[in-house]
Write a protein that binds this ligand. Structure first.
Ligand code: PEP
Length: 249
C-alpha cells in the first residue's frame, strides 16, 4: 500500500521569518500525522530556520534543487551533502523551472539524482510535457524519455518519488483532468515496471503537480495511480496547504 505524499514547493518565496511562521503553523496542524507524508521545501536561505520550526514534527524538510557535484569551484551551487548537513531529507530535482528556465538537461538531472541518492537524500524526480508537446500528441514519449533518462543507472527506487507535472499546468490555474493525469501516471508506472519490476512499479509513489488547490485535490487523489501532490502556489499559505494535505477529511 503506497503512502500518500504531499509536498509543498515554496519556490523563491519567503524570508526566514515568513518561512518559520508558516512551518510553525503547519507543525501545529500536522503533529500526529502518520498515515501520509508531508514535506515542505523552502528556499535554501530558510532551510535552517524551517528545520528549527519543524523540530519534533513529522513534516519532512525538503530542498528545491541540488548540485551535481559534492564540492568544488561551483559558484552559487549547493551540494547534496550540504543539504544533508542542514537537515534536509528530500530534494526536488528536474523541476520544470530548472529544466526550462535554467536549461537543465536530462543528463544533468540524472547526475543530480544519482548523487543525491548516494548522499542519502530522498529524491522527487519531476517530469512533464510542455503544451506544444501535449498538443503534438507526444506526452507519453516525452515523459517516458524523462523517466528513463532521469533514472538511468539508478539501481533501486528506494528513496525515489516521481512527480508528474505538466508544464502547462504549473502556476497557470489550468490543471490536467484527474483522468488525463492518471493516464500519464499509469504510463509512468508501466515504464518503471519494465525498467525495474512490477513490484517496484506498484510501490512507487507518483505525485501530480500543476495548480493543485483545495477544491481539486480530492478528485485528483481519488485516481488509482495518483498518490500525492507536489504543490506550488497553494503551499504558500496554511489556509490552502492544510486542506490539500487533508483532502479526504
Ligand atoms: C510546482 O511548483 O511544482 C507547482 C506544481 O506549482 P503550482 O502548484 O503553483 O502549479
Amino acid at each position: 500500500m503506497r503512502k500518500r505524499f504531499i509536498a509543498g514547493n515554496w519556490k523563491m518565496y519567503k524570508t526566514t521569518v515568513e518561512a518559520s511562521s508558516l512551518a510553525r503553523a503547519l507543525a501545529a496542524e500536522f503533529g500526529g500525522l502518520t498515515d501520509r507524508r508531508v514535506m515542505v521545501a523552502p528556499p535554501f536561505t530558510a532551510l535552517t530556520a524551517v528545520r528549527e520550526a519543524l523540530a519534533g514534527s513529522p513534516i519532512l524538510l525538503g530542498a528545491q534543487n541540488a548540485a551535481a557535484e559534492l564540492e568544488g569551484a561551483h559558484t552559487g551551487e549547493v551540494s547534496p551533502r550540504m543539504l544533508r548537513d542542514v537537515g534536509v531529507a528530500v530534494v526536488i530535482l528536474g523541476h520544470s523551472e530548472r529544466r526550462h528556465v535554467y536549461g537543465e538537461t536530462d543528463a544533468l538531472v540524472n547526475r543530480k539524482v544519482k548523487l543525491a541518492l548516494a548522499e542519502g537524500l530522498e529524491v522527487i524526480l519531476c517530469v512533464g510535457e510542455t503544451l506544444d508537446e501535449r498538443q503534438a500528441g507526444v506526452t507519453e514519449k516525452v515523459v517516458g524519455g524523462q523517466v528513463r533518462a532521469g533514472l538511468a543507472g539508478v539501481a533501486s527506487l528506494a528513496g525515489v518519488t516521481i512527480a508528474y507535472e505538466p508544464v502547462w499546468a504549473i502556476g497557470t490555474g489550468r490543471n490536467a483532468t484527474p483522468e488525463d493525469a492518471d493516464a500519464v501516471h499509469r504510463t509512468i508506472r508501466g515504464i518503471v515496471a519494465g525498467l525495474y519490476s512490477p513490484a517496484a512499479a506498484e510501490a512507487l509513489v507518483i505525485q501530480y503537480g500543476g495548480s493543485v488547490k483545495p477544491d481539486n485535490a480530492a478528485a485528483l487523489m481519488r485516481m488509482a495511480n495518483i498518490d500525492g501532490a507536489l504543490v506550488g502556489g497553494a503551499s504558500l499559505k496554511a489556509e490552502t496547504f492544510v486542506p490539500i494535505v487533508r483532502f479526504d477529511r
